[in-house]
Structure formats: C-alpha cells, structure tokens
Design a protein around this ligand. Structure first.
Ligand code: APR
Length: 243
C-alpha cells in the first residue's frame, strides 16, 4: 500500500505488543483476568472496598515490570523507529500501562489507560513517578495527605485519558495500525470504526490472531508482534525511501 510520505500515522497498541517482552496479556488463557477478577482489582468500587488488595495487585505488577529481564522487544523498537524515520507525524496511543514504548524510544505517545509507574493523589490531583510499592498509608509528596494515593491507571467505569485529542487524530489520519489488542474493550475497540467513518485512513491489524474487530480492517498481518510489526514498518519506510 503506497502512503503519502507526509501522511499521518496513528498506532494503537495493546497487551499483545508486550507479550514477547514477558508481560502477560489480559484475555489469553494465561492472561491476567484468568488469575484475578476485574471486579476485585480494577474498578473504583474495588479500591473503595479493599484498598490494600488493589494496591497489592498493582505493587506486584510494578515489581514485575521492574525486573531486569523485562525489556522492549522488536515490535516496540520498530514502532519507535517508525516515529523517528517516517517523514510525517506518528502518534502512538497505547492501552498498556507498562513503560516499554518509552524505553524503546517512542516519544509522541499517549497512555490512554494511564501508567503503572505513576501514582495520583485523589486529594490534590498531583501525579508522581512511583516505581516502588504504593501503600494505603503512603503520604502524597505534594499535599502530605495519606490514604488518597492511587495507581495512576484507568479502571473499568472510568474515562480514559486524552480522548478528545485521540478522536481528532483518528479523524485526520492516513494510516491506522492496531497492534496486539483483542478489540474487546471500548473506547479503544471503536477506534478503527472512527477511522473508517472519517473515510480517509487505511486500517491495518497487526495481531497474533484475528481480533474481534477483524472485519473492520482493510488489511491484516497475523503473527507474533516481534515479527509482523518490524516487517510492516520496514515495508512502509522502504516505500518512502527511508530504509
Ligand atoms: N504478538 C501479537 N499479538 C499478541 C501476542 C503476540 N506475541 N500475544 C497475544 N497477542 C494478542 C492476543 O491474540 C489478543 O488479541 O494480543 C491481544 C491481547 O488482548 P487482551 O489480552 O484483551 O489485551 P488488550 O487488548 O490490550 O486489553 C485491552 O482491557 O483489561 C483491559 O485495561 C486493560 O488495556 C487493557 C484492555
């Protein structure tokens, strides 16, 4: 597919892009939601009911993400290469709360579901880098209040971040890539439809297997992200003489 070198590319990623880095997805057989219930750890009601249990869930995931063996994989690196070498704008919208895209070099990046290595104070609204354990008693570094620091992640029933900016980018993009997501959670699952309704962008699914939204994509490349993403990115860059 020939794309205008000045074309705008919007990329959506999900847990599948980090699977080969050693982080579990959510809905695969060995996924996170096969081990714990969403209702127990990923809703505001769960946090109100059992703050220690919710903090422990995210403390374990934060500890896992800090492990030395968790590194960006070839898919993360290829998406960062696309951002740096593509002549037009490239925006990466990730559903993931890990920091592997940043560590791979992506800069024009939106974490629509928040970030595991950040904490937010429900009292003063301040947001802080937080790589260690977060406890119910942890005091807010800004206002000093205890008991109101939570993971800066979006729980079910909460609004994802930067939705207005994302909607505008989807409407005006020339190419939409969906990478490593099952297409089962909205609003992200509806992004491909927003691009199709704008009538402008070419839509491509890069996933291990067909997602729930498979029929909405113009083009599909199925296989491990560490293979299909670099292959696709390199063909794009070759098409504009950047590789
Ligand atoms: N390469 C590419 N895709 C893969 C790989 C891989 N190595 N391994 C798994 N996948 C695919 C799966 O086939 C699946 O389609 O990644 C997708 C992962 O889907 P989910 O587990 O549902 O994760 P995701 O789509 O990111 O979930 C969306 O749901 O629970 C919420 O907030 C959470 O952000 C998450 C959202």
């Amino acid at each position: 597919m020939k794309l205008n070198p000045e074309g705008k590319i919007v990329i959506l990623t999900g847990a599948g892009v980090s699977r080969e880095s050693g982080l579990n997805t959510f809905r695969d057989a060995d996924g996170i939601w096969a081990q714990v219930r969403i209702e127990d750890v990923a809703t505001p009601e769960a946090f109100a009911r059992d703050p220690e249990g919710v903090q422990a869930f995210y403390n374990a995931r934060r500890q896992g993400l800090r492990a030395a063996e968790i590194q960006p994989n070839a898919a993360h690196l290829a998406l960062a290469e696309l951002e740096s070498d593509w002549p037009g704008e490239v925006l990466l919208v990730t559903q993931n709360i890990d920091d592997l895209h940043e560590r791979a070099g992506s800069r024009n990046l939106i974490h629509m579901h928040g970030e595991l290595f950040k904490a937010r104070c429900e009292d003063c609204g301040s947001i802080h880098e937080w790589r260690g354990d977060l406890e119910v008693t942890s005091p807010c570094p800004a206002c000093g209040d205890s008991g109101n620091l939570r993971p800066h992640v979006v729980w079910f029933g909460e609004m994802p971040f930067e939705m207005d900016r994302i909607a505008a980018e989807l409407e005006s993009c020339d190419l939409f890539l969906s990478v490593g997501t099952s297409g089962s959670v909205y609003p992200a699952a509806g992004f491909v439809q927003e691009v199709r309704m704008a009538g402008r962008g070419h839509t491509v699914e890069l996933n291990l297997e067909p997602s729930e939204g498979r029929d909405l994509f113009h083009e599909h490349h199925h296989g491990p992200a560490s293979e299909v993403v670099p292959d696709y990115v390199h063909s794009l860059l070759e098409g504009v003489g950047r590789r």
